[in-house]
Design a protein around this ligand. Sequence first.
Ligand SMILES: C[S@@+](CC[C@H](N)C(=O)[O-])C[C@H]1O[C@@H](n2cnc3c(N)ncnc32)[C@H](O)[C@@H]1O
Length: 233
Amino acid sequence: MTSTWLDFWQEKNEFDDSMSANYRYFLDRVEEFIPITSTKKVLDIGSGPGNLEDAWHDRVAEIHGLDISERYNAIARSKHAHHPNVFFHTLPADDYLNFGPVAGQQFDIIIVMSVVQYYRDAAEVEQLLAAIKQVAAPGARALICDLIVEESVLKDVVSILGRSLRQGQLLFMLKLLFRLRFSSYYNVRKNNGFLVVPESTWLTMCQRQGLNARFVSKPLTMQQERRNLLIQF
Ligand SMILES: C[S@@+](CC[C@H](N)C(=O)[O-])C[C@H]1O[C@@H](n2cnc3c(N)ncnc32)[C@H](O)[C@@H]1O
């Protein structure tokens, strides 16, 4: 039975087909903050089915995905079997902040999209910041996206419906929300919730880690009240 977020991502779920719509929205906006060139080496933490790799594999030098879900990694590897610059590594579910698979490597761009809300607590988030610092090349940029900084399920739903309406995807989103209500997602979310880390806590942690960080002013994901943290090394 699915009881934790870790279990949830190992099984086929309603997000498998819907994640790419949110990702498209992000891709259309991210380059204002993260310039892409063919020499850049990219790390995608929580890479899922490989949306970033699909979009960027032929625009950057190398791209590495890290995910706790072997299932997503298998899907992503099969799409990129013929791309020698794309790699997917599986993180141990009980030690996911140990980036051993990429230890000793340095990255110019680090993306973490819709992942931190599934961490257990703020202490893990600070470990993530320290792990990012370890693998960031001089001059690197890291973008930690789709952050829930205040508790409000209703605001979240209203925001995504409003954005979907403007994107001409309202029906698609209503269907997804209906499916989610009757899926294992509903119970996992009810039992485990999302990790909420206020903006001030993020900034304090960054300061403690000696990171130059700020929240970007524009929304980068369809859930507009979620925030996006840019770190410059
Ligand atoms: C909502 S999906 C986002 C996937 C991808 N970043 C995207 O936006 O298309 C969340 C992803 O984070 C992964 N994940 C969840 N907890 C994780 C953790 N602690 N460490 C690494 N990946 C994690 C899940 O397996 C899943 O692939």
